[in-house]
Design a protein around this ligand. Structure first.
Ligand code: ATP
Ligand code: MG
Length: 338
């Protein structure tokens, strides 16, 4: 049996159903990312796991023990929120020590534990500071330390990085992952940032509209999206309906096609395509965006808009608006989705 088993969770607010019959299993020490658009029910699911909100139906077991109706404080589950919610009148040290005091752990035992965790989040020299003397990233590290010091068996993180700027965000997410691996801590991390989900997780649970629509490793979800929603949400896929698939590729399909923008080649004379099954098409450049190491071209193929990502190599010329490109679609990289 898995470490965490959620079965048939249902949650309603008055007449609004947030989710119905959600089930999933999580292994001990796994880092799970719960990914999905705003309002799909991520925070509510996390709050139900933490015991901060009751479920209307369903069970939650951790390590074989049914804790569906157990009060939050006794679950051994810690949660970090988007807003740090630190005690403003307490030092960093006291903020972190607070949970241990509540557990009536003697001072002599508290001290080494607080020091150890402060070291882990690299804030040992800040222990005397107050929250208003810290940056956003530092506050979030204190919040993380405060959750970790009580040695939870599960850590829940609800968009802990969304208030931070891009550089600090990346730094802190790497730090969270390192600590999680060091402690082998079962973790559920909520985000609506697909890049964060793809880089951090052992496994992604992708939610939409109160349902888990696909679970898998980053690679599985990225390369084998189960539906048009997943393809659209996770990888900027080109989605072609039946008519467009016929127009662009001459293919007869029953649902939709999902084609990753980096899987389409611009034909280069003399290049060996290694016996791949390629479908040729011709497209007119309508514009481009520079995405750092990638250039995203917007093309028109027989009236159908298609995006193609090419590596931004300085040796290569930029295709200007109006250029006609010979394209090759690799049949193996085309997915049919519903
Ligand atoms: N206490 C509440 N009372 C009534 N409706 C609520 C309550 N909490 C959440 N909801 C509703 O439940 C749905 C899911 O909300 P939730 O906060 O779980 O979404 P989310 O996926 O975390 O979104 P976001 O990415 O914006 O944080 C929303 O439609 C929301 O309005
Ligand atoms: Mg939320």
């Amino acid at each position: 049996m898995s470490f965490v088993c959620i079965s048939d969770f249902c949650k309603r607010f008055a007449t609004h159903t947030v989710f119905e019959n959600i089930s999933c299993e999580i292994k001990q020490g796994e880092f799970i990312t719960l990914l999905g658009p705003s309002g799909c029910g991520k925070s509510t699911l996390l709050r139900c796991i933490a015991g901060l909100t009751t479920v209307d139906h369903g069970t939650l077991t951790v390590n074989g023990e049914d804790i569906t109706n157990q009060i939050a404080r006794l679950r051994g589950i810690a949660m970090v929120f988007q807003s740090y919610a630190l005690f403003p009148n307490m030092s960093v040290y006291d903020n972190v020590a607070f949970g241990l005091k509540m557990q009536k752990i003697p001072k002599a035992q508290r001290e080494p534990r607080v020091r150890e965790i402060l070291e882990m989040v690299e804030l040992e020299s800040y222990h005397n500071r107050y929250p208003q003397q810290l940056s956003g990233g530092q506050c979030q590290r204190v919040a993380l330390a405060r959750s970790l010091v009580v040695r939870p068996r599960i850590l829940l993180l609800d968009e802990p990085l969304s208030a931070l700027d891009a550089r600090i965000r990346k730094n802190l997410r790497d730090q969270i992952r390192r600590i999680q691996q060091e402690l082998k801590l079962t973790t559920i991390f909520v985000t609506h940032d697909q890049e964060e989900a793809l880089t951090l997780s052992d496994r992604i649970l992708l939610m939409n509209d109160g349902q888990i629509v696909q679970t898998g490793t980053a690679e599985e979800i990225y390369t084998e999206p189960a539906s048009a929603f997943v393809a659209g949400f996770i990888g900027n896929y080109n989605l072609l309906d039946r008519q467009q698939a016929r127009q662009v590729l001459g293919l007869d399909i029953s649902h939709q096609l999902a084609i990753r923008p980096e899987s389409i080649y611009v034909r280069e004379s003399g290049r060996d395509y290694g016996g791949k099954d390629l479908i040729p098409a011709s497209g007119i450049v309508t514009g481009h965006n520079l995405l750092g190491n990638v250039i995203r071209y917007h093309l028109d193929i027989t009236g159908v808009p298609v995006i193609v990502d090419l590596l931004n190599r300085s040796s290569e010329r930029l295709f200007t608006r109006g250029s006609e490109l010979d394209l090759l679609f690799n049949r193996d990289e085309i997915r049919e989705v519903s």
